[in-house]
Design a protein around this ligand. Structure first.
Ligand SMILES: Cc1ncc(COP(=O)(O)O)c(C=O)c1O
Length: 495
């Protein structure tokens, strides 16, 4: 998640319509200065918005101007506009790894709808499956055969899961998993890790991004709301631990002995950029969870159906009690899942744990998700090999290019996703270390890359994601653009 949605949001700069584009840079500077925020002034000074880019994207600018009058912020998700300067792009079509905006410009897509589009855009088989189902009926409010087929496919791929149930979003999956854990243990407290994101419900919107000046000791962070409107009673039921620090975690668990129902984490941290677990860390957390009669929940919403067919739990050989899935499970349709051990999953039912939603597992999304998983597992999971090989190549070549351009970068990732941080740090191992990155430099880099037709989210905490639709040639094109991009960054960042 972006720091742009944090408790101290940076000043959002206004967009200009197409007709006003030429005056965009001075007006941005004066607005930031008026706001009196040093950070905002620095951001704007670094972001010399390319005039040509503005002229090429006038239709996006005009749509954003109209949208902001009707929709708070201009779009139905804060992340879709908050870091974009001076306005987000509006896309009209997606084909394979490419996006085409409303002005007709093409981009290689490395955001992939925050990782959902694992097989790229408008894959012919997935489009056909959706078309066929739309003709038969979108939803019936009853169980359907497709749900059985999808559960079968899911359990074939995620071998560590005994049962699975579907929902609509990652947010509902994590909130339901936490509820199951509370019902199973009869306890209330949830332990989450600093910098981890689990969706938009109250129990998850805590210490996602927290300025260290108010976030307490690194070893014992204070729970802080990530949004206005979170009741203080909720804060009283959430404990926050630093991640990748077993000693601190053990100490916190000791302090809250017999209180913790659920320990929820991203098994590979993916919302403060990509941060990998230290060797044996996941295994040790699992042992401590079991000793404390707390359920371990792996939130695989980002890692699932991306880093391996069975998610990070397969990659690291650690099976949690419950898991949550979303994004790449659907490949573009709104579906999520909770999976786990039978003894916990079977707590769902009348008079026990309530579970349901009008749009949950409707026929259209089931058809899309099933087709998506079928494509992904074709030829003995060949898609996962493609993702791994392409990610490794992009990461290693980018590192060489950055060296040649004398840019200090730290690149770290897992199959199908990685982060590029501008920092002198050789490695980032937790949220507090991720604060040492040059946030503004990455933002400028993403903007330069966008001008070159490579679409990266300007928020450095968002992952650079690959799809099975990306080709070796796309990677070559991207690397050539990055080589130029680093050079330009050198000139524009120091100005
Ligand atoms: C790890 C993780 N969990 C949960 C969610 C919430 O998923 P959704 O946006 O589908 O509600 C996200 C979304 O980015 C996520 O990254």
């Amino acid at each position: 998640m972006s720091s742009s949605g944090s408790v101290t949001p940076p000043v959002k700069q206004p967009s200009t319509s197409g007709a006003q584009k030429d005056s965009v840079v001075p007006s941005l500077v004066s607005n930031a200065q008026n706001a009196g925020s040093m950070q905002a002034v620095e951001t704007v000074a670094n972001l010399s918005v390319d005039e040509q880019h503005l002229r090429k994207t006038t239709a996006s600018g005009a749509l954003y101007d109209e949208a902001r009058i009707m929709i708070p912020g201009g779009a139905s998700s804060v992340l879709r506009w908050a870091s974009f300067e001076p306005y987000p792009l509006y896309f009209d079509r997606g084909v394979g790894p490419r996006l085409i905006d409303v002005d007709g410009n093409q981009y290689l897509d490395y955001l992939l709808s925050y990782g959902a589009m694992i097989n790229g855009h408008s894959h012919p088989k997935i489009v056909q499956a959706l078309r066929d189902q739309a003709e038969k009926g979108v939803m019936f409010g009853s169980p359907v055969e497709l749900e059985v087929k999808l559960a079968r496919k899911f359990l074939q791929m995620v071998k560590t899961a005994e049962m699975v149930i579907f929902g609509s979003s990652g947010t509902d999956a994590t909130s339901n998993a936490i509820r199951i854990a509370r019902a199973a243990t009869g306890k209330d407290m949830v332990l989450k890790f600093e910098g981890h994101y689990h969706g938009q419900h109250d129990y998850a919107m805590i210490s996602v991004e927290a300025p260290p000046s108010v976030a307490g000791l690194e070893e014992y962070p204070r729970p802080l709301p990530y949004s206005a409107g979170i009741p203080s009673l909720v804060l009283d039921t959430v404990i926050v631990s630093p991640w990748n620090n077993l000693r601190a975690f053990e100490r916190i668990m000791k302090r809250h002995r017999n209180e913790v129902a659920a320990i929820i984490m991203e098994p590979i941290m993916a919302n403060s950029g990509i941060i990998l677990p230290s060797p044996d860390y996941l295994k040790s957390v699992k042992e401590i969870a079991a000793q404390n009669d707390a359920l371990l929940i792996f939130d695989e919403v980002v890692t699932g159906f991306r880093v391996s067919p069975g998610g990070a739990q397969e990659l690291y050989g650690v099976t949690p009690d419950l898991s949550t899935w979303g994004k790449a499970l659907g490949g573009g349709v709104g579906i999520s899942a909770v999976s786990g051990k039978k003894e916990f999953m079977e707590l769902i039912g009348p008079g026990k744990v309530s579970y349901g939603g009008t749009y949950f597992a409707n026929s259209l999304v089931l058809a899309g998700a099933l087709s998506n998983l079928e494509v992904l597992s074709e030829d003995e999971n060949y898609g996962f090999k493609t993702l791994k090989d392409l990610t490794n190549k992009l990461m290693s070549e980018l590192s060489k290019i950055a060296d040649r351009a004398r840019q200090d970068v730290c690149i770290q990732g897992a199959p199908g996703m990685f982060s590029l941080f501008f920092t002198k740090q050789k490695k980032i191992i937790n949220y507090r270390e991720s604060l040492l990155i040059d946030w503004n430099k990455y933002r400028l880099f993403s903007q330069i890359m966008m001008e070159k037709g490579v679409y990266l989210h300007p928020d450095n905490y968002e992952r650079i994601a690959l799809s099975t639709a990306h080709s070796e040639n796309d990677i070559e094109v991207t690397l050539a653009a990055c080589e130029e991009g680093f050079r330009e960054l050198h000139e524009r960042h120091s100005n």
